[in-house]
Every structure is written in structure tokens, then in C-alpha cells.
Write a protein that binds this ligand. Structure first.
Ligand SMILES: Nc1ncnc2c1ncn2[C@@H]1O[C@H](COP(=O)(O)OP(=O)(O)OP(=O)(O)O)[C@@H](O)[C@H]1O
Length: 230
């Protein structure tokens, strides 16, 4: 279980609070206006930003002071964040070993992750020779190979067309279903949330609200979400 215990994060004059939990295996979407603090919350969970008050816990373990790489979290960013000079296998291998000293076992794990995302034959290709969708798959494989219990996505597929985005969301849903990981996904699209998220936290007015069940929330949106959805 991921616990945000009276968490308060600040970036300059901006402040965000959150006080709720996410169960293991649960999927959550963060929805809210631009600048409301969705990326700030991910940064606080991932450990790029230390709280000014409160705590982030995983299975009751306080993560305060734990470096991002040591946290139970894998993160997928808006752009796929692939290194152009490294082939696909090495880009994925970075998820296991930042120094890329991959053992035979590591290489087998990389192969498995690439197979899982449908990039079995792409190990030696450079990112520049991949389509946008294939780059997203490679980035997802890098997150998967880390086998962390929480996967966080910051609008990861926003550059893809609608059909490809749907395909990627379904792939993410299937893969985390297999691994039992929890998911925290930032999205601007209620349709994406409906497709993948058990619950939604509306992020607005300095608060990441207690997550509510997706269908009920979208059928009967609170004022902050109504304002956002227009
Ligand atoms: N390094 C920083 N210094 C000062 N303020 C910052 C910094 N980074 C972000 N902010 C401010 O924090 C607020 C929240 O930003 P954040 O990126 O978390 O919002 P967001 O909801 O993810 O937005 P978007 O949907 O546009 O990506 C914004 O007002 C932003 O200007």
C-alpha cells in the first residue's frame, strides 16, 4: 500500500497537499488543470522532491530520505526518454543497471520485457529508427524490467494518435495486471482514466483529493472536475 500521510509538497510559492492511500495492484489517474500539481505529486512520490511536511510510505515503510533509485517506483515520462546513441536493448538495460554492466541474467530479463511489449526483434535498433509507438513500448519495457511495485506514468502516450494510445493503455493495464503493480497515471483525458483507472484523484486548488471510484466520479463530477472538463 502506498500511503500519502498528511503530505505537503512545495515548489517555489506553489503548495500541494495529499492525504490518502493506494492499495497494491490498484490503478489511479490524476486529473486536473495545467499547473495544478500533478507532476509535483509524482515527483514527491518518486523522491525527486522531498516533502516540507508529512510522509510518503510504502507498506508502512517511511520513504523520507530514500533516493529515487532506491524507491519501489518506476517512472515513465512524457517523452519516452530514450538515449539516441544506445540501442533498444541497452536503453531497456539502463532500467536494471545504470552502468550497463549487464549480466547474462540481466540480458535475459531485457529480452523478456521486450517480448512482452511486442519488440522482440528490436534489440539492436536505435531509437531513431523506431516509430513513436515503438519508442513508447521500449520506454515501457525499461520501466517493466525494474519490476517495481508502483508504476507511475506522466502523460506517457500524449504524443501518440488515439488508436495507438488506446493500444498502449491496454498494454499497460494487461502488464500491471500480470505483475500486480499499482499504477499512478497523470492524464488530461477522462477517456484514458475510464479505460485504465480504478479511481481518480482530482488535483486542483492545492489539493490532490482523496481518490474516488472512476465511473462514479465521471458520472457525477465534483465542481473542480466539472470546471476542468468544461
Ligand atoms: N522548480 C519550480 N519552481 C517554482 N515553481 C515550480 C517549479 N516547478 C513547478 N512549479 C510550479 O508548481 C505548480 C505545479 O506544477 P506541476 O508541473 O506539478 O503541474 P501539473 O499539474 O503537472 O501541470 P501540467 O498539466 O501543465 O503538466 C505550477 O504552478 C508550476 O509553475
Amino acid at each position: 500500500m502506498l500511503t500519502l500521510d498528511h503530505l505537503r509538497l512545495e515548489q517555489g510559492a506553489f503548495s500541494l497537499t495529499a492525504n490518502w492511500t493506494l492499495a497494491a495492484g490498484e490503478t489511479l489517474a490524476l486529473i486536473g488543470p495545467s499547473g495544478a500539481g500533478k507532476s509535483t505529486l509524482l515527483a514527491g512520490i518518486a523522491g525527486f522532491l522531498e516533502p516540507v511536511a508529512g510522509r510518503v510510505l510504502w507498506q508502512d515503510r517511511d520513504l523520507t530520505g530514500i533516493a529515487p533509485g532506491q524507491r519501489p517506483v518506476a517512472m515513465l515520462f512524457q517523452d519516452a526518454n530514450l538515449f539516441p546513441h544506445l540501442d533498444v536493448a541497452r536503453n531497456v538495460g539502463l532500467g536494471l543497471r545504470p552502468d550497463l554492466r549487464l549480466t547474462r541474467e540481466d540480458r535475459a530479463k531485457v529480452g523478456e520485457a521486450l517480448d512482452r511489449v511486442g519488440l522482440g526483434g528490436f534489440q539492436t535498433r536505435k531509437p531513431g529508427s523506431l516509430s513513436g509507438g515503438q519508442q513508447s513500448r521500449a520506454a515501457l519495457a525499461r520501466a517493466l524490467v525494474m519490476r517495481r511495485p508502483v508504476l507511475m506514468l506522466d502523460e506517457p502516450f500524449s504524443a501518440l494518435g488515439p488508436a495507438m494510445r488506446t493500444e498502449m493503455l491496454d498494454l499497460v493495464r494487461d502488464v500491471i495486471g500480470e505483475t500486480g503493480a499499482s499504477l499512478v497515471m497523470v492524464t488530461h483525458d477522462p477517456g484514458d482514466a475510464a479505460r485504465i483507472a480504478d479511481r481518480i484523484s482530482v488535483v486542483a486548488d492545492g489539493v490532490a483529493a482523496e481518490p474516488a471510484p472512476t465511473r462514479a466520479l465521471l458520472d457525477n463530477p465534483p465542481e473542480a472536475l466539472r470546471d476542468y472538463l468544461g
